[in-house]
Design a protein around this ligand. Structure first.
Ligand SMILES: [Zn+2]
Ligand SMILES: [Zn+2]
Length: 332
């Protein structure tokens, strides 16, 4: 089969690889129909993720069709349409039972990291019963790749961690795919005001289109002017929730300066240290919201590529500002 492999620092490559097979009785093999590229994959390509060794097939997001299941898999059978979670969960270890599957002792974020991932024609999914989700009948599956990682991450690590409430004021720093997904999912809780800050005018335009009440370009006029404008908008108090979705020291500093007394700072950006990883416990709820047409994940997909063009897709996503890229959809 064809697969996208992390070759060495700075380089990914399309290679021919053997088909995966079930190893443990709880495994399934899924034939991918759609996958996508995450900001984390770009970090791996840069050599920033120590757990991911060269030779690894990348990717932790995808939808597909179950090809084969081990004898202990009870919830899925061959031919089922499934969404793959970026987090593998055994459902029985101490952490899984506490709803913290990101710390699962035999799972967590392993796909496209410690084991081969979803940027391939086929993938082996460990703990299939609790790491796959059935796609409801009739749902348009292509944009559901955004439910593998970015929507649960934005909702759990940003909106829920940040305690967004009815009537609260929210500021999101960073209008990349996760920041925009936080903007969309914050609206489940009807905050009074959601403000978005970025340095990319195109992304701020998208933020306005999908519901931001105000946007600020911190690249124009400087940080102090942005802080003053936001304080003026919030009667001098600052914001109840600050969602940091960039991951550099400057934006973390800005987050602290925008916070109202008693406010909550939710740190989604990867700062080298992890404050909270997604547990993907909200995935069933998000699927229901899509089914009920209260969530349209297609809003974040800007580019489509055939799988053969995945190396080009990495270049486009890696130069997102130049290409006005949010999520790139890879179709098999
Ligand atoms: Zn990801
Ligand atoms: Zn577990």
């Amino acid at each position: 089969m064809k697969a996208l492999v992390y070759k060495q620092v700075g380089k990914v490559e399309l290679q021919q690889r053997p088909m995966p097979r079930t190893v443990a009785p709880t495994d399934a093999v899924v034939r991918l129909t759609k996958t996508t590229i995450c900001g984390t994959d770009l970090h791996i390509r840069k050599g920033d993720v120590a757990t991911c060794a060269p030779g690894r097939i990348l990717g932790h997001e995808g939808v597909g069709i179950v090809e084969n299941v081990g004898p202990s898999v009870t919830r899925f059978k061959n031919g089922d349409s499934v969404l793959i979670s970026c987090i593998s969960s055994c459902a029985s270890c101490e952490y899984c039972r506490r709803g913290m599957s990101s710390h699962c002792t035999t799972g967590g974020w392993i796909l496209g990291n410690e084991i081969d991932g979803t940027q391939a024609e086929y993938v082996r999914i460990p703990h299939a019963d609790c790491s796959l989700y059935s796609i409801p009948n009739g749902l348009e599956e292509s944009s559901l790749v955004t439910l593998s990682d970015i929507f649960p991450t934005a909702l759990e690590c940003g909106v829920i961690n940040g305690k967004v409430q009815p009537g609260s004021t929210v500021v999101i720093i960073g209008a990349g795919p996760v920041g925009l997904a936080a903007l969309i999912t914050s609206q489940f809780y009807t905050p009074a005001v959601v403000i978005v800050i970025d340095t990319d005018a195109n992304r701020l335009k998208v933020a306005t289109e999908i519901g931001a009440h105000a946007t600020f370009n911190s690249g124009e006029g400087g940080i102090d002017a942005v802080i003053k404008a936001i304080r003026d908008k919030t009667d001098g108090k600052g914001c109840d929730t600050v969602i940091e979705a960039v991951g550099i020291p400057e934006t973390f500093e800005l987050s602290q300066r925008l916070l109202a007394p008693g406010g909550v700072l939710a740190n989604v950006g990867v700062h080298g240290i992890t404050t909270r990883l997604v547990d993907a416990v909200t995935t069933p709820m998000l699927l229901k919201m899509v089914e009920a047409k209260k969530l349209d994940p297609a809003q974040l997909i800007t580019h489509r590529f055939k799988f053969e063009e995945i190396v080009k897709a990495y270049e486009t996503f890696g130069a997102a500002q130049q290409h006005r890229a949010l999520k790139v959809l890879i179709e098999m």
